[in-house]
Design a protein around this ligand. Structure first.
Ligand code: NAP
Length: 315
């Protein structure tokens, strides 16, 4: 793969694995594979890769799926950004996942934390940052492709300015940028930029996630996207569910665009897969797409700036 790599093809929907323990994720991953999911989105930081690995092993041994039919993704954690630590982190993930390679490895956040056993190293409550430039971490990521520990590499939570910079010095281009995107944080400019530069966008928390809207949003002004008035009106008009409308909207956001979503329930998993594979027959008109476009509130819920980024102390 060269810097001008051809665009890879990935499923329009992946199963998210965040906020599930090992037992639950084992059950859900196995169920999702049986339902037809092929893309599984993991992360070292989710602390449940063993559960995913158990499900993958079982699915492959029982011949429900072949390894090469799966597209397994996991992510480099912030405490492993030094070039010599990148490989250590993927090896740990691979061991837990029962795999010899992943299909895609992402830099989880463009933030380097001090290395060590604590994934969130703090002193007196303040996160301890590391002085590692992103191009150094990326060189470590490129080595993983050479060593065949991952087929592709990409990023997550990157704004276009950082991607622009990365592309100038990289040998292997990132194939994916996984970002928060839902009806309240549409990120149209970033998405357009990525698509134009042949970087596939993966929208996470596509339904709006299960964040605490009340605590994140001042005065609790917004309903969860699934209870949004315009979404409910469209659902009523089209005689389908609110989540159907949101998935249909995602599905019509163009090529080089996909979602990673999470559900523990069979019917929800199946329905999301059908809509994202275009099998539901739900099609939104330009006017209906516009109604949803107008619901954008630039409302970031998984906000690193709020969660991690304080005035860093580099002493
Ligand atoms: P999401 O998929 O938008 O929302 C999941 C929540 O919605 C769950 O509580 C789920 O509950 C519920 N749900 C699912 N389908 C539904 C339906 N049809 N009707 C009503 N409720 C429904 O958001 P997410 O879990 O935040 O994000 C998805 C995945 O993206 C994560 O699992 C993770 O893999 C990835 N992610 C990546 C990052 C990153 O930094 N790269 C950050 C966040 C998330 P049930 O399980 O009960 O159905």
């Amino acid at each position: 793969m060269s810097k001008n790599n051809l665009l890879i093809k990935i499923p329009k929907i992946g199963l998210g694995t965040w906020k599930m323990d090992n037992d639950k994720v084992y059950e859900v991953v196995l169920k999702a594979i049986k339902l037809g999911y092929r893309y599984i989105d993991c992360a070292w930081e989710y602390e449940n890769e063993e559960g995913v690995g158990k499900a993958l092993k079982e699915a492959i041994e029982q011949k429900i799926v072949k390894r090469e039919e799966l597209f397994i993704v996991t992510k480099l954690w912030n405490t492993y950004h030094r070039k010599d630590l990148v490989e250590k982190n993927i090896h740990d993930s691979l061991k837990k996942l029962n795999l010899t390679y992943v299909d895609l490895y992402l830099i989880h956040w463009p933030l380097a934390f001090k290395p060590g056993d604590d994934p969130y190293p703090r002193i007196e409550g303040h996160i301890q940052y590391d002085k590692v430039p992103l191009h150094e971490t990326w060189e470590g990521m490129e080595d993983l492709v050479t060593k065949k520990l991952t087929r592709y590499i990409g990023v997550s939570n990157f704004p276009s300015i950082l991607l622009h910079d990365l592309i100038q010095s990289c040998k292997i281009k990132p194939v994916v940028n996984q970002i928060e995107s839902h009806i309240y944080l549409q990120q149209n400019d970033l998405i357009k930029w990525c698509q134009k530069n042949d970087i596939i966008v993966q929208a996470y928390s596509p339904l709006g996630g299960n964040y605490d809207y009340g605590s994140t949003v001042k005065d609790n002004k917004f309903e969860h996207p699934l209870k949004n008035k315009k979404i409910m009106e469209l659902a009523q008009k089209k005689n389908c569910s609110n989540s159907d409308i949101i998935y249909a909207w995602h599905n019509q956001r163009g090529d080089k665009y996909s979602v990673v979503s999470k559900s523990e329930k069979d019917d929800r998993l199946k329905r999301a897969l059908d809509i994202m594979e275009g099998k539901s027959g739900i099609i939104l008109t330009d006017e209906e797409m516009e109604i949803i476009a107008n619901e954008d509130k630039n409302l970031r819920l998984n906000d690193a700036a709020k969660v991690f980024w304080e005035i860093p102390s580099f002493e």
